[in-house]
Design a protein around this ligand. Structure first.
Ligand code: T4K
Length: 369
């Protein structure tokens, strides 16, 4: 059976490099609970991301969920439904109410022109998503948050290594949360991190990721267990050495896709944002059936018949999940609905070959009628 091409493939160091990195773990028998590798990874990340405050967590979801908890929020959080389940779940699992703002049809991030009309006296925070690594309208979000005294927690899961106007995406808002999942541009197998402005949030997060245990004899909060273990930290340390090269390789892949798929009627590629150094995390394509001649579903199926597994990130919208039993009104987010029904994210990863990209483009273009 021919090899399947999946939407992504984890970047990993050489086996020798990883073994070298984990040797001290075998020698010390210290496997988790904020060990040496955890501390080293934390400080190397601070340096790479250009921030002072960072807490490592088991995954990006716990970064979002515990950051919200650490801020002790109540009421409504304005967010978008064009995202992974995690963003919305983090809000709801904190007993908060998500209020869904529509997205901009251009870059798929929160439509800031609609934001203010959703603010009520119960609004406590905004949780915008830099979806696909597209950076939200930082200035406008900051202006609105300041005016209404709202917290801003960015879901920055897709933005590792990116900058906006030369500043790391880790430095925006009250907090920015990253995912280091295996499928991300940068991974620590499973992992995540919260970067935050106020040092106090870090102290609370440190306790919350360890059951709320404070010191040795006090449990001061109802925390979770979300500590990054030493093997994940070691993988993160290794991958951090290579992440810039990985992003450079992705850039070439992305450019090749763009060369092949630009200027095709009915097919829209992701925006190139001004002032952003991108990481090429995803390669979303919007298929407008009326102009392209084939629907997103048809292209998806055609690719799958050829062992190419593209993904419909992010379909369905989170505000339509059956888990929420019709609690949210999807007609409030028409642009998000439109995009989610037409988007396909094509395979992109550092080591995908140009020949494979050509094959994918040939199949996509063969669907044009
Ligand atoms: N916020 C946003 C905006 C997010 O996108 C995510 C996660 C989060 C928050 C939460 O962060 P984490 O708690 O996950 O750290 C994947 C990932 O599991 C998830 O991390 C990611 N977003 C989401 C967009 O994609 P699935 O269910 O699509 O993954 P899966 O298992 O189908 O894998 C996709 C492809 O990746 C596979 O076809 C092959 C490749 N792969 C996968 C794994 C597991 C590898 O190459 N190696 C691997 O180990 O959710």
């Amino acid at each position: 059976m021919p090899e399947q091409i999946l939407v992504t493939r984890s970047s990993i160091p050489s086996l020798e490099e990883y073994v070298e990195e984990i040797k001290p773990i075998f020698e010390s028998h210290w496997l988790t609970n904020m060990g040496v590798k955890h501390k080293q990874f934390q400080s190397e990340l601070c340096r790479y991301l250009g921030v002072d405050n960072i807490e490592l967590l088991t995954n990006g979801h716990m970064a979002l969920e515990l950051t919200l908890q650490a801020m002790n929020l109540q009421g409504e959080v304005i967010t978008t439904p064009f995202t992974f389940a995690s963003t919305t779940h983090a809000i709801i699992r904190n007993g908060l109410t998500p209020v869904f703002c529509d997205i901009s049809p251009d870059d798929f991030t929160i439509d800031t022109s609609k934001l203010e009309s959703l603010i009520t006296d119960r609004t406590c925070a905004i949780m915008p998503v830099h979806v696909y690594g597209n950076i939200c309208n930082i200035e406008e979000i900051e202006r609105i948050a300041k005016k209404y005294e709202l917290k801003v927690i960015y879901d920055a899961a897709h933005t590792f290594g990116e900058t906006y106007k030369g500043k790391s995406t880790a430095s925006f808002g009250d907090a920015s949360c990253f995912s280091f999942h295996a499928t991300k541009v940068f991974n620590s197998i499973e992992g995540g991190a919260a970067c935050f402005r106020d040092k106090k949030i870090g102290e609370i997060l440190y306790d919350l990721k360890n059951f709320g245990i404070h010191g040795t004899e006090e449990v001061s909060a109802v925390g979770a267990n979300a500590k990054m273990n030493e093997f994940c930290a070691a993988m993160g340390i290794c991958n951090l050495r290579h992440v810039d090269d990985e992003i450079a390789k992705r850039k070439l892949i992305c450019e090749h896709y763009r060369e092949r798929l630009s200027c095709v009627e009915g097919l829209r590629l992701n925006v190139i944002q001004e002032n952003v150094k991108p990481n090429y995390a995803y390669f979303p394509v919007i298929f407008e059936e009326k102009m392209f001649g084939s629907s997103r579903e048809e292209v998806f199926t055609k690719l799958a018949e050829n062992n190419i597994i593209a993904r419909k990130y992010f379909y369905p919208l989170t505000n339509t999940f059956s888990a929420f039993h019709g609690r949210f009104d999807v007609s409030q987010t028409p642009a998000a609905l439109h995009i989610s029904r037409r988007v396909l994210t094509l395979p992109i990863y550092a080591d995908i070959s140009i020949e494979t990209v050509d094959k994918i483009c040939d199949i996509v273009l063969s669907c044009k009628k």
